[in-house]
Design a protein around this ligand. Structure first.
Ligand code: ADP
Ligand code: ZN
Ligand code: MG
Length: 494
């Protein structure tokens, strides 16, 4: 399979890739953008349709306010400027799943412009801003089905349930310089959109779709090279692979003295190759013109302020704050903010914990490893954040030892039960703080291991570990390690 590593270093030193992405996200409104039909996914074909979304003559669109609010919220999260007045436009083309013969979109006056996403670059710790040219609102088209119905070999079926579902299209500047940066941009974009809650960004269900534009140019050249556009790739990993393949192909063509044809291409993930679909010369002239059935969209300052008030704290800002507030590492903060739900749960646990840092440490040190071993996501953990907090508090107060906590966590995973339930079922075990029992154990051990005692007293202080280990074992992990250490030190020194 093609990788950038597959492109020789020499050629990459000679040519610079330039990438710009166009991402469509489906907005999670209950009804469509210009009618009241349901947007539910997976309903029987053509069950959610009406004269408006079927494009019957005379039917008039009525704009869904919620779709505007969701799009504006996404735009704000992407640091865009909202245009107080934006214009809906007809994008005219023929396609069987586009019953009106045009798509209502926005063209020269989009809802929002001039945003950016900050990404981590390959070189350690570096940040880079990727510009967002615009975010506009539009309606989705229907779906052409080529399988899953009688006579599918000979026919194409049309499902218009998706026709008129609201989308936000987010167009980036051609600011990315490698497939890795494109991957990083998409990851950050999805994370931000998920935090706003305006889309579920589910790529399998088509609620997030990406077209990738790619060109290469000799390093040092100012003008961009001719681009190709890769359409309909259904995972971020495949987009990265498709870009790697295209970069190699572009460089190959140019090195061979040829020219890149501006065209749309499709990626075949099985073969790891792209294929030409239609060239720009054959491309439609969409004949955009203002939609006569809709007024200009006015999102005035008051409405903007109301929308902005519902803007959540965004992932990067949240990570920074959590590092400060709970004294956790960047790695901890990253893991704990992967989804907004998880971050919320963690914070509500941490805020009420005796020691927030211990909650973070337990998640990182005890929970994630066990989840990984079982191939589970954080969301599927048998131990909830509240459970982690309960266990952290028990360690903090000295009621249980770290070793006991590990054993209890193992039981939670075995039984698929949360910590409090297992702790109760085990009869609320407590570590021993009984010094007299410990002293007795220590005396026995010292008597039984004269050689080790001698070594310790001769200056090999690390021998203490051997004794502590023995006492912990004898107490079945119930002893308080710190207390054990104290008692043993006293005896051995004495
Ligand atoms: P088109 O008119 O073909 O739709 P646009 O200028 O609207 O092209 O840009 C569409 C997308 O392609 C944007 O994301 C933009 O950043 C990207 N893009 C534009 N020119 C190039 C180029 N030469 N190389 C790579 N990406 C490009
Ligand atoms: Zn409808
Ligand atoms: Mg364009």
């Amino acid at each position: 399979m093609a990788t950038t590593a597959g492109v020789s270093e020499d050629l990459l030193a000679k040519y610079e890739p330039v990438i710009g992405l166009e991402v469509h996200v489906q907005l999670l409104t209950a009804s469509k953008i210009f009618c009241s039909c349901s947007t539910r996914f997976g309903d029987p074909p053509n069950s959610n349709v009406c004269p408006v979304c079927l494009g019957l003559p005379g039917a008039l669109p009525v704009l869904n306010r919620k779709a505007v609010e969701f799009a504006a919220l996404a735009a704000m999260a992407l640091q865009c400027r909202i245009n107080e007045v934006s214009i809906f436009a007809r994008k005219n083309y023929f396609y069987p799943d586009l019953p009106k013969g045009y798509q209502i979109s926005q063209y020269d006056k989009p809802l929002a412009e001039f945003g950016f996403i900050e990404i981590d670059t390959n070189n350690d710790g570096g940040k880079k801003k990727i510009g967002i040219t615009r975010l506009h609102v539009e309606e989705d088209a229907g779906k052409s089905l080529h399988e899953g119905f009688a006579d599918a070999a000979a026919k194409t079926a049309i499902d218009l349930n998706r026709t008129g579902v609201p989308l936000a299209e987010i167009v980036s500047e051609p600011d990315m310089r490698s497939p890795e940066e494109a991957y990083e941009y998409l990851t950050r974009l999805k994370e931000i959109i998920l935090y706003t809650g305006v889309s579920d960004c589910n790529m399998e269900e088509g609620s997030l779709r990406c077209d990738a534009n790619i060109s290469v140019r000799p390093r040092g050249q100012k003008e961009f090279g001719t681009k190709t556009e890769i359409k309909n790739v259904n995972s971020f990993r495949f987009i990265k692979q498709a870009l790697e393949y295209e970069i190699e192909r572009h460089i190959g063509v140019l090195e061979g003295g040829g020219q890149i044809t501006q065209e749309t291409r499709l990626y075949n993930a099985h073969e790891g190759k792209t294929y030409g679909m239609r060239s720009k010369e054959q491309a439609h002239d969409y004949r955009y013109f203002p939609e006569p059935d809709l007024l200009p969209l006015v999102v005035d300052e008051k409405w903007q302020a109301a929308i902005r008030a519902s803007l959540p704290e965004l992932p990067e800002a949240r990570r920074q704050r959590m590092m400060q507030e709970y004294g956790i590492t960047a790695g901890d903060a990253h893991t704990l903010t992967l989804t907004r739900e998880m971050a919320d749960q963690f914070e509500s646990a941490a805020r009420t914990a005796k020691n927030p840092k211990r909650v973070a440490n337990l998640v990182q040190g005890e929970l994630l490893g066990r989840l990984k071993a079982q191939g589970l996501e954080l969301e599927q953990s048998p131990i909830s954040m509240a459970g982690v907090r309960a266990s952290a508090d028990l360690v903090e107060s000295g009621a249980i030892s770290g070793k006991m906590l590990k054993d209890l966590y193992d039981l939670c995973f075995e039984r698929k039960q949360d910590f409090p339930a297992v702790y109760e079922a085990e009869g609320r075990p407590e570590q021993s703080h009984d010094t007299s029992a410990l002293e007795k154990l220590a005396d026995e051990l010292i008597a039984a291991n004269p050689k080790q005692v001698e070594q310790y007293r001769a200056g090999k202080k690390t021998m203490i570990g051997f004794f502590v280990g023995q006492v912990m074992k004898a107490s079945k992990g119930q002893a308080n390690p710190q207390l054990v250490n104290e008692v043993l030190t006293k005896k051995l020194e004495g």
